[in-house]
Design a protein around this ligand. Structure first.
Ligand code: PGA
Length: 251
């Protein structure tokens, strides 16, 4: 399976970084070929510039959020058709920062996944447990619960178009990565749940990527794990050289 390396800029970056990042990525994506799918998810204001700068290079255009309604009186929100106008191919949903700071529930995440699939934008569905949940030994139950709720009412065919990102909350932005074994174990649990929701064949073909303090030093070992199909990179995706090294380490 091709690896997916996805950069989540969060509320960071600027126009000059779009040009710098894409400039470096264009050469690299040609070198690595179809074995690696690269996606950049900048804040909304840079999506238009990103699309124009990427042109026809094989680099995915990712958003960080979407509203589940097609339009209306939702001040400050962005609809799926607006994302399409920006050429968006992917969209992060259910990130723990949105669940924590913006009160996003499993039900809302489920609605967002559905509207994205209906409009052919690939959801990057984030799941992951808190430190307290891991210490209580309920990390697998937590992640399985999040997956079941977020993917409720979605057909196997639609499910096959999702990317799942396992991001343990205690590893995000903390410099503490899950060990390669911890991550691989959870990815295997995730794939088992995906098989229950669809089929073994679909679950095997779906990208399940890891996120949480991924950097050029630890990415090689993580990406070598049998169940890890790529990474969702936060901080290191703001540094073109680091992001390029992570892409290279996925080969
Ligand atoms: P991080 O963020 O790489 O800075 O830990 C990952 C994420 O939240 O997507």
């Amino acid at each position: 399976m091709a690896s997916s390396i996805i950069g989540n800029w969060k509320m960071n970056g600027h126009s000059a970084l779009v040009a710098e990042m894409v400039g470096q990525l264009k050469n690299l994506v040609n070198q690595v070929g179809e074995g690696v799918q690269v996606v950049i998810c900048p804040p909304f204001p840079y999506l238009d510039l990103l699309q124009k700068t990427v042109g026809d290079a094989p680099i995915g255009i990712g958003a960080q959020n979407v509203h589940p309604e097609p339009g209306g009186a939702f001040t400050g929100e962005v609809s799926v058709t607006m994302l399409q106008e920006w050429g968006v191919t992917h969209c992060i949903v259910g990130h723990s920062e949105r669940r924590l700071y913006f009160g996003e529930t499993d039900d809302l995440v489920n609605q967002k996944v559905k509207i994205l699939l209906a409009q052919h934008i690939q959801p990057i569905l984030c799941v992951g447990e808190s430190l307290a949940q891991r210490e209580a030994g309920i990390q697998e139950a937590t992640v399985i619960g999040q997956l079941g709720a977020a993917l409720q009412g979605i057909s196997s065919e639609e499910l096959s178009k999702c990317i799942i990102a396992y991001e343990p909350i205690w590893a995000i932005g903390t410099g503490k990565t899950a060990t390669a074994q911890q991550a691989n174990q959870m990815h295997s649990t995730i794939r088992h749940k995906l098989a229950q929701l669809s089929s073994d064949e679909i679950a095997r073909a779906m990208p399940v990527v890891y996120g949480g303090s991924v950097n050029p030093k630890n990415s090689g070992e993580l990406l070598q794990q049998s169940e890890i199909d790529g990474s969702l990179v936060g901080g290191a995706s703001l540094k073109p050289q680091d992001f390029c090294q992570i892409i290279q380490s996925s080969q």
